[in-house]
Design a protein around this ligand. Structure first.
Ligand SMILES: [Zn+2]
Ligand SMILES: [Zn+2]
Length: 174
């Protein structure tokens, strides 16, 4: 069993402290995950970790990510329509994904307003949490779109950023 709480609406799962041995492999997976700021997929992280520990397998990376997530040392971001991504930054923050290149960036809590306390008023579901994703167009893609349009102005058909955040609030009220 685990309990969950919400910090600024950001999903935080608190697992009873189950001491887990920090093996060399697990330490490396965690260190590289913390170092990378791009919220890597397991495959991407595997490619990075393998350069330092050539005999590590993808399965081992997955297993260690599971342990890190389950013990609260890393976050798994189950974003809509994509591979799971992982985050070594467990401080409260939101994420924003570029709809053009798929980049996933951090959004500080202070940059977001108006989503403090969402709740389901009516549903047949036993609601366990919620999430939102912010989608947008990242600065690099915006520049590229501007260059392609040749006039430095917003290109026709450019998608205006619209809100969707990844957040899971697991505070349950009976
Ligand atoms: Zn982009
Ligand atoms: Zn993040």
């Amino acid at each position: 069993m685990f309990c969950c709480t919400a910090l600024h609406g950001v999903f935080v799962m608190m697992v009873p402290a189950i001491p887990k041995r920090m093996t060399r492999q697990r330490r490396l997976v965690l260190d590289e995950l913390k170092r990378l700021k791009n919220h890597p997929s397991a495959d991407y992280l595997f490619g990075v970790v393998r350069q330092k520990m050539p005999n590590i397998s993808l399965g081992t990376v997955y297993r260690n990510l599971d342990v890190l997530v389950n013990t609260g040392l890393a976050l798994r971001l189950d974003l809509a329509g994509g591979q799971c991504r992982y985050d070594g930054d467990i401080s409260p923050h939101y994420h924003i994904r570029c709809v053009l290149c798929g980049d996933l960036d951090d959004l500080p809590v202070s940059a977001v307003a108006g989503i403090d306390n969402p709740r389901v008023l009516e549903s047949n579901y036993a609601v366990m949490g919620w999430r939102m994703e912010f989608d947008g167009v990242c600065p690099a893609c915006r520049n590229k779109t501007d260059e392609d349009s040749g006039n430095g102005k917003e290109a026709p058909g450019m998608i205006a950023p619209f809100p969707r955040v990844i957040v899971t609030d697991t505070e349950l009220e009976d």
